[in-house]
Design a binder for this molecule. Structure first.
Ligand code: MLT
Ligand code: ZN
Length: 464
């Protein structure tokens, strides 16, 4: 419970109606999409200016109050969970378009802007914001930056980091910092902007972002191909990416497809069943590109890697094929999945996939595993579905062992325990499989430099 004098000071900073104390609001703002922890914030505050954010952080420092930044709360690692009486600072009211600069093709927005709105704005200007994923209709740009969100087009456009040319932040000490100011070139020492990108709210609050936009993509085709095993998916990826500029190369298993078809009413891409499906997309960059793709498809069939396939003939058909992949995540929530979001270099993918598959099949034969992911950029989503007979706690204690074993394998392959969802609360115990003790110490020192009193999102990413 927040002491009354602090509540009064928050009222004075943001106005009484922007301080939420009702249980329903605390529950709503205190969790992310994981639903694994119980929300228990002391209050939720909704600032509308950078100066209000600064006043809140100064008050938090004086009162030794922990802060949890909150965006669209679509996170999958518990990074925005307030479970220990923290003050949630939600950026929902800081959602304005601040400045559009057509010559630079950049736009400055409040961190609370919904990602989909940024995409729509870019489209209205004849431009494109390429970071895209299934939750873009509710995630906020500040949260995307704090977690360096990836998505389905990373193979061509990279992660959120590639598109952030400026940030206005308030660090944990309560200082306002303007980082990089929209510059394309700026070699003036450490680029602090990049420390905030992917920092999961542990260094300060991202208030405004200047985002680089680009030219819209050309018309695209989508192919879905049936493949019988992991090694062959990687062969197909190599074959297509050598000769075509792919904008996506995703994969999912037959089990994932079965669930999406059964629960979302989508149609199967073709009648021949396969163990796995590769979904790839390419732009029509030349008149010959579709013929080239068909030639590569035939080559993959001749080599025995692909058993069947389909290519979109219209935008509507391309969108329907994408739904088969994009709707997997939401479809699986009813089984309370334990999510692994891992990566290795694409050149090591084939060997890693075989080892990880062997590990889960041999060691955890009773678990139903659903495979999908962004295989084109080495990112695998391995979801373990909760068996009905296990309680959530029993299930999680078993999954902890799986994660540790996968962590050891990742360390052997120099891989990452979190390719795109972030570490949050869910993966901090496994961070040491991807980061050395020296790196971890340096990360702690960096946190102390920006947030000397440790008020920013404590317990997320690592324990201090
Ligand atoms: C996806 O690739 O669908 C997202 O990262 C979400 C998920 O892994 O569930
Ligand atoms: Zn993903």
């Amino acid at each position: 419970m927040l002491p009354q004098p602090i509540i009064e000071q928050l009222f004075a900073i943001v106005g009484q109606s922007s301080v939420l104390l009702e249980t329903e609001d605390l529950q709503r703002f205190g969790v992310d999409h994981t639903s694994l922890w119980l929300a228990a914030p002391c209050a939720v505050v909704l600032p509308s200016t950078v100066e209000e954010v600064q006043s809140i952080l100064r008050l938090a420092n004086q009162s030794n109050l922990a802060i949890v930044p909150s965006g669209g709360r679509t996170g999958l690692s518990g990074g925005a969970v307030a479970k220990d009486g923290e003050l949630v600072v939600a950026l929902d009211r800081m959602n304005q378009l601040i400045e559009f600069n057509p010559m630079d093709r950049s736009v400055t927005v409040g961190a609370g802007m919904i990602t989909g709105q940024l995409q729509e704005f870019a489209e209205q200007q004849g431009l494109f914001y390429p970071v895209d994923f299934a939750s873009s209709g509710s995630s906020q740009i500040g949260g995307n930056i704090a977690t360096n969100a990836g998505g389905i087009k990373v193979i061509k456009y990279g992660m959120t980091r590639n598109w952030v040319v400026g940030l206005k932040v308030v660090n944990g000490a309560g200082d306002i910092l303007e980082l990089n100011k929209g510059l394309a070139k700026n070699n003036t020492g450490y680029d602090l902007r990049h420390l905030f990108i992917g920092s999961e709210g542990t260094l300060g609050l991202i208030c405004e972002a200047t985002i680089q936009l680009t030219r819209p993509p050309l018309e695209s085709s989508v192919m879905v191909l049936g493949v019988e095993n992991f090694t062959e998916i990687v062969e197909v990826l190599n074959c297509f990416s050598r000769d075509l500029d792919l904008s996506a190369f995703e994969f999912f298993s037959q089990q994932a497809l079965d669930k999406v078809v059964a629960h979302r009413g989508h149609r199967v891409p073709f009648q021949t069943q396969a163990a796995f499906y590769a979904l790839l997309e390419f732009e029509h960059s030349s008149p010959e590109v579709v013929d080239k793709a068909m030639e590569l498809f035939q080559l993959c069939v001749d080599r025995g890697w692909v058993t069947d396939g389909v290519i979109s003939q219209s935008l509507t058909q391309a969108q329907s094929l994408w739904k088969l992949r994009e709707d997997i995540s939401e479809t699986l929530w009813q089984w309370q999945p334990y999510k692994n979001d891992i990566s290795v270099r694409t050149s090591r993918m084939a060997d890693f996939l075989l080892e990880v598959e062997q590990l889960v099949v041999e060691r955890y034969p009773d678990f139903e595993i659903i495979w999908y992911g962004h295989i084109g950029d080495g990112n695998l989503h391995l979801n373990i579905l909760k068996p009905e007979v296990l309680s959530v706690d029993q299930f999680h204690s078993k999954c902890v062992n799986v994660s540790a074993e996968i962590g050891q394998l990742l360390a052997k392959y120099d891989g990452s325990i979190s390719a795109e969802h972030g570490v949050g609360l869910l993966k901090k115990d496994y961070l040491h499989y991807s980061r050395s003790p020296v790196e971890m110490d340096m990360m702690r020192s960096i946190k102390r430099a920006f947030d000397p009193q440790g008020i920013m999102n404590p317990g997320k990413l690592f324990d201090c």
